[in-house]
Design a protein around this ligand. Structure first.
Ligand code: UT7
Length: 333
């Protein structure tokens, strides 16, 4: 068996900064509420009229990751793209990346696991590498939320949280069993699918039904925030412990926890639960909001660029979100 290690990282966020005060001009909200409940100060939203999309941002992040990995594009064997905001209903963004980056006709897979998307994508990539099937896999998480949010007071419980952005990693095959991805842990609980969802348009609820009913808002995200929050803190803690125990480790072995950036209060709860210092948990929700499948990879890229991750460090990635789905990745850097 081989080990997968992350050999290149990259991220891209749109230039357009939207502050909490900017949002208060669109809806009945305010900086104090948003910061107190979520920790978010600002987020990036693709500017109206910009050609940027989930795929194009993903391609930009991918180009950086490929360069940092020091490989030629032709050495990539497979693409995995995690998003809940694909450019098209189908096909997925993965094939667009193959075309945008001018890659050979390699396989491309889209992962639809929302906030856990990047953790699921890493896990899939890890299996392909471990078994020796592929040597280099391009893994992308990218979201264009702003185009699909209800930015009126009606949608304020959801729309103030989400931001746009993308991150990418190259996973590379290694012979060193001591370093790289040690294990991944994935879970789901579909009975809560409707607690955080965009229901329409779907094959069962197609466009004419929505257009014929002005009260039908199924094309906007719905979130039962308090219920999601309560489940998130429990599942984050469980799946981090599961990952540590699988490897005979304990919370005191963690050098850096990178949680999905859902809410600063969730990260702080987990930090306290595992008695981690501020410098052992990386948060950037303050400036990007919740970028769903992109959040962990943007945070990982930033933490790495800032020199906060060193060789030999034990890194824990953990996510929870719509589905419900949740998961963790334990990495020896
Ligand atoms: O990434 C995927 C996973 N997602 C999560 O983990 C998110 C988990 N949930 C949360 O982060 C929190 O539940 C939220 C930040 C979404 C909401 O915070 P909350 O403390 O649960 O607030 P709430 O929904 O209970 O709303 C409290 C009040 C309500 O008013 P009333 O009914 O008490 O009068 C809302 O209408 O705050 C009101 N409210 C707002 N006020 C100002 C809701 N959104 C806003 C807003 N600005 N943007």
């Amino acid at each position: 068996m081989y080990t997968s290690r992350i050999s290149g990282l990259g991220h891209f966020v749109p230039d357009n900064i939207v502050t909490n005060d900017d949002l208060s001009k669109l809806m009945d909200t305010n900086d104090e509420w948003i910061q107190e409940r979520t920790g978010i100060k600002e987020r990036r939203w693709i500017e109206n009229g910009s050609p940027e999309t989930s795929a194009s941002m993903g391609a930009k992040a991918a180009n950086i990751a490929i360069e940092k990995a020091g490989i030629d594009k032709d050495e990539i064997d497979f693409i995995i793209f995690a998003t809940l905001s694909p450019d098209m209903y189908f096909p997925g963004c993965g094939v667009q990346i193959q075309e945008m980056l001018g890659l050979p006709t390699i396989g491309a897979l889209d992962v639809r696991n929302q906030c856990s998307g990047f953790v699921y994508a890493l896990s899939v990539a890890d299996q392909f590498i471990k078994t020796g099937m592929y040597q280099n896999i391009l893994v992308i998480g990218s979201e264009f939320h702003s185009g699909g949010l209800d930015v009126t007071t009606r949608g304020r419980g959801v729309s103030v949280i989400f931001g746009d952005g993308a991150g990418a990693a190259i996973l590379n095959r290694s012979d060193d069993p001591e370093r790289g991805i040690l294990s991944t842990h994935l879970h789901s609980e579909g009975k809560h699918a409707r607690e955080l969802t965009v229901e329409g348009p779907s094959i069962a609820h197609w466009v004419p039904e929505i257009l014929n009913n002005p009260d039908d808002l199924s094309y906007y995200p719905y979130m039962n925030g308090t219920f999601v929050f309560k489940n998130a803190v429990v599942r984050f803690s469980e799946v981090i412990m599961e990952g540590l125990q699988t490897n005979g480790l304990s919370p005191s072995d963690i050098d850096m926890l990178i949680p999905h950036q859902a809410n600063l209060r969730i990260s702080q709860f987990v930090q306290k639960k595992f008695s981690l210092r501020d410098d052992q948990v990386y948060n950037n929700i303050q400036k990007y909001g919740n970028t769903t499948a992109a959040s962990i990879i943007i945070a990982l890229t930033e933490a790495h660029e800032k020199g906060k991750i060193n060789q030999g460090d034990l890194l824990v990635l953990a996510a929870f979100g719509s589905g419900f789905t949740w998961g963790s990745v334990i990495i020896r850097w």
